[in-house]
Design a protein around this ligand. Structure first.
Ligand SMILES: N[C@@H](CCC(=O)N[C@@H](CS)C(=O)NCC(=O)O)C(=O)O
Length: 219
């Protein structure tokens, strides 16, 4: 039995996409980030910080998207979605899992400031400017490094799922056209049939209400 605890468009999408790449039968349980259900005692028993994703995998319970991705790749090595220890691309793979969370945390902080804060609370303009600049710098660094079709020279891997998910969400805060290589990379990613299947199971997102959130004006 494989069951994914998921919020549409949240980091749990990474796991949903990987499950589809692996062709594993799974159940998806949807939550909303807005209704308190991630703070219920039942959910906190699965995820100590009340976050998604959580994956129930044949009796084991795993949280943290990067760890779940690594565990799934290790459990199903025949899919070849992770370079094994000793492989020339292993270090880059692990770096990219971590880097994807560097980007993920910047997006999360922007979400907190620009999407989830409710009046009378106001976002901090200097903090949002800084977060936005750090997000742009993180993407520009990857744009400069992007040489082949995928993040790893050895081909498509779960690192592309981890990073590609964040790149897709960055469009809410930055103009993606400034990263033409990453945009082309993203087109390759979204052409994957497993991405389409995951999108079909993603559910309706209730995080973003606008297409773009610019840095607010001072004052
Ligand atoms: N590092 C964790 C972060 C998980 C995380 O923060 N997930 C967000 C959704 S993208 C969440 O569940 N937020 C709920 C909340 O903050 O209440 C991971 O990669 O799994």
């Amino acid at each position: 039995m494989i069951r994914l605890h998921h919020v549409p468009l949240a980091r749990s999408f990474r796991v949903l996409w990987l499950l589809e790449e692996l062709g594993l039968d799974h159940e998806v349980v949807n939550y909303s980030i807005r209704d308190g259900s991630l703070r219920s005692p039942e959910f906190l028993a699965l995820s100590p910080a009340g976050r998604v994703p959580v994956l129930e995998h044949h009796g084991a319970v795993w949280f943290e998207s990067g760890a779940i991705v690594q565990m799934l790749c290790e459990t199903y090595p025949e899919a070849g979605l992770m370079p094994p220890p000793g492989h020339a691309d292993r270090a880059r793979f692990l770096e990219m899992l971590g880097y994807s969370e560097t980007v993920g945390c910047l997006l999360e902080s922007l979400n907190l400031n620009l999407v989830f804060l409710r009046p009378p609370a106001k976002p901090s303009v200097p903090v949002v400017k800084l977060l936005n600049a750090r997000l742009r710098a993180s993407l520009a660094a990857m744009e400069a490094r992007m040489e082949g079709a995928w993040l790893l020279p050895s081909g498509f891997s779960a690192a592309d799922i981890m990073f590609g998910y964040g790149f897709e969400l960055a469009r809410y805060y930055v103009v993606l056209d400034q990263y033409p290589r990453l945009v082309a990379y993203w087109e390759r990613l979204r052409a994957r049939p497993a991405y389409d299947r995951a999108k079909a199971r993603n559910g309706k997102q209730d995080i973003y209400t606008r297409d773009f959130y610019p840095v607010p004006e001072e004052g």
